[in-house]
Design a protein around this ligand. Structure first.
Ligand code: SF4
Length: 272
């Protein structure tokens, strides 16, 4: 791990995330994934929006961009169009991705541009004080829902599937190897890959929902998550209240940058 630390992180650690925050584990899973992928880090571009999760680009030692709230995906799309050789990773929080950047997210899914989006879902806006997000579960508390959230939350996997993403997976920080392997597979997939990374926010979500202890939050993740493979052998009663992890979609479709290049080639070749 020390070699990975020296290779992929800048020298400005320790990070500023709260003790027990899961974002550091997502960052470690990503670094291990890069090691497995064997990419030259000069070919890697990591882009984030705004929020606690988006601090990640401050620590990663590759090309990075810390952009505006919800706008990481359009910036990433522009970068990929200009430099198709780049391996582009986008880090977003749940509010960043599905509220402020919700429109960008659904259109990136249907466009199938070769980018890997890692959505760090802690079910709340952590940095701005614990407001509920579109992924805060029904009934859970937040500073803006002190008596319980009455909005029904998105299921990010179903949202990405419905919008046309060609690789969709979910992992969590209590199963770091699985999460790292999903990032590897998503990066190798040609097209738009979405990996939901469930991560605990003990300071905001935990404090308002009577689970402020980070170890307790991790244990809850371990208790509620079930891999899609294991789920096949379980009954509907056994699956009640469980959250499935693993790969939900992995299919081929024309990739956007390649299609765009074909259009350019056809014009330059005088076909039109
Ligand atoms: S507020 Fe929550 S998400 Fe933000 S750093 Fe603290 S624990 Fe992590």
């Amino acid at each position: 791990m020390k070699a990975v630390y020296e290779k992929y992180f800048r020298s400005n650690l320790p990070h500023i995330w709260c003790a027990g925050c899961g974002h550091g584990t997502v960052m470690a899973a990503y670094a291990l994934a890069l090691e497995k992928l064997g990419y030259d880090k000069n070919d890697v571009l990591a882009i984030s929006g705004i929020g606690c999760s988006s601090r990640i680009t401050g620590y990663l030692d590759s090309s990075t961009m810390h952009t505006a709230h919800g706008r990481a995906l359009p910036v990433a799309s522009g970068a990929k169009m200009c430099e198709p050789r780049l391996k582009v990773f986008v880090f977003m929080g749940d509010g960043d991705c599905t509220a402020i950047g919700g429109n960008h997210f659904i259109h990136a899914c249907r466009r199938n541009i070769d980018i890997t989006a890692i959505v760090m879902n802690n079910n709340i806006y952590g940095m701005t004080g614990g407001q509920y997000s579109p992924l805060t579960p029904y009934g859970k508390k937040a500073t803006t829902a002190p008596y319980g959230n009455i909005d029904h939350s998105f299921d990010l996997v179903e949202l990405a599937k419905g919008a046309g993403a060609t690789y969709v997976a979910r992992g969590d920080v209590s199963h770091m190897k699985q999460l790292s392997d999903l990032i590897v597979e998503g990066a190798q997939h040609k097209g738009f890959s979405v990996i939901e990374a469930m991560t605990p926010c003990p300071t905001s979500f935990g404090r308002y929902n009577k689970t402020p202890d980070p170890a307790q939050m991790l244990q809850i993740f371990r208790d509620v998550t079930v891999s899609v493979k294991r789920a096949e052998k379980m009954t509907a009663e056994e699956l009640e209240g469980k959250i499935l992890t693993g790969v939900f979609v992995n299919r081929e479709a024309p990739e956007y940058v390649e299609d765009y290049q074909k259009l350019i080639d056809s014009f330059q070749g005088g076909d039109k």
